[in-house]
Design a protein around this ligand. Structure first.
Ligand SMILES: [Fe+2]
Length: 171
């Protein structure tokens, strides 16, 4: 990637991170959640040597993946996965359009936001890594049992570094 392109995409990423922190003002739990999911996604992409575009998509999706939760709680008094998948994409699209992301990039990130609870529809490495990073955080935040962790590890984890992180922290 050219230095100019890299600087531009970093600037957009920083704006997105800033916008998400502002969006979750007062909700430290949500802010800490998406920052941790982002960091694990970043580690997986970096150590598995994932290509730059996929890495950018995963890292951006990690920041915005739970953007629909607040709307779901207001509208349905529930943050069930399928409701988040319904409400999240349009909010992510709006935020990323305001920052000036490419439509194609926004489309894929919104798709991931709209599918991040659909574990049987994984159709790409970006999707795979987002799901793994989210589980790495949720296992801790939601205090999964050892049995649950082992089951998710077997059924979901595929990347070398995602597996390594899961084993190192929980198994
Ligand atoms: Fe999440």
């Amino acid at each position: 990637m050219l230095a100019k392109d890299y600087n531009n995409s970093m600037k957009k990423f920083e704006q997105l991170r800033h916008a998400m922190i502002a969006f979750e003002k007062g909700n430290s739990k949500h802010i800490q959640h998406f920052l941790k999911v982002y960091e694990f996604a970043h580690i997986i992409c970096s150590e598995d040597q994932v290509d730059p575009l996929t890495t950018q998509i995963v890292e951006s999706a990690a920041l915005v993946h739970d953007i629909g939760i607040n709307t779901c709680l207001e509208k349905y008094q529930s943050s069930a996965g399928h409701l988040q998948e319904k409400e999240g994409p349009s909010l992510a699209i709006q935020m990323m359009e305001e920052i000036g992301y490419d439509p194609e990039f926004i489309y894929r990130v919104a798709y991931l936001v709209g599918h991040h609870h659909s574990y049987d529809e994984i159709d790409g490495l970006d999707y795979q890594i987002l799901i793994e990073a989210d589980f790495l955080v949720n296992m801790y935040e939601e205090a999964y049992s050892q049995e649950q962790i082992e089951s998710v590890y077997q059924k979901i984890f595929r990347t070398k570094t995602g597996k390594y992180l899961c084993e190192t922290m929980y198994l």
